[in-house]
Design a binder for this molecule. Structure first.
Ligand code: GAR
Length: 216
């Protein structure tokens, strides 16, 4: 993916801090993507107010108004088809999608997950990381595939887990890392500096191998 600014639609369900980080990044003139739409499956999502204030068009597709997953996904597909984004960013979008929907959009969907995948897929990642006693935790931007939280990994950020951490402290540290990672990963994807090859993401330029992140 390269050339003109890529059109990005963001899917949200909640407070929208990752969405806000993407909108802020895309406000820079040299950012390679523009945020053209925000879609929420929850009418009350805080993300909707933030997007409106930033001048980004919003749509609500309330999953409760649909009798089946297929019907909701068909409505989402129709709205995305209308918007015609190059990339769909999931940002705290808490819905599992049907294989038919995934088939149509696969290769164009990115998600941010609050753990270093493949560890801690699913929910309550911070509590489970604390319970497991890991010393490093973090977040992952990956392509969305039919298997939950298992798509090719684009980028990851690691944070230390401190002895006195509780879930709130750890999730705040990871969230700050998410806000740095997602705009960076989307920019790499939009510029074609990260791309899919044989089921793995390859990056155009690898950094100098540097010292490992050691904690403690
Ligand atoms: C973020 O931590 C995101 O990684 C997580 O939900 C939070 C949404 O916060 N996503 C998932 O757990 C996806 N399964 P936000 O609405 O403030 O971006």
């Amino acid at each position: 993916m390269s050339g003109a600014r890529k059109r990005v639609a963001i899917l949200v369900s909640g407070r929208g801090s990752n969405m806000a980080a993407l909108i802020d990044a895309a406000a820079e003139s040299d950012y390679p993507a523009e945020i053209v739409a925000v879609i929420s499956n929850r009418p009350g999502a805080g993300a909707l107010d933030i997007a409106s204030r930033a001048g980004v068009p919003t749509t609500v597709i309330d999953h409760k108004a649909f009798g089946s997953r297929e019907a909701f996904d068909a409505a989402l597909d129709a709205e995305l088809t209308r918007i015609a984004p190059d990339v769909v960013c999931f940002a705290g979008f808490m819905r599992l999608l049907t294989p038919g929907f995934i088939d149509r959009w696969e290769g164009r969907m990115l998600n941010i997950h609050p753990a270093l995948l493949p560890s801690f897929k699913g929910l309550d990642t911070h509590a489970r990381a604390l319970a497991a006693g890991v010393r490093l935790h973090g977040c992952t931007v990956h392509l969305v595939t039919a298997e939950m939280d298992a798509g090719p990994i684009v980028a990851q950020a690691a944070v230390p887990v401190l002895d006195d951490d509780d879930e709130d402290a750890l999730s705040a540290r990871v969230l700050a890392a998410e806000h740095r990672l997602y705009p960076r990963a989307l920019a790499m994807w939009a510029r074609g500096e990260a791309r899919l090859e044989d089921g793995r993401v390859r990056v155009a330029e690898e950094p100098e191998p540097s010292s490992p992140l050691v904690w403690p």
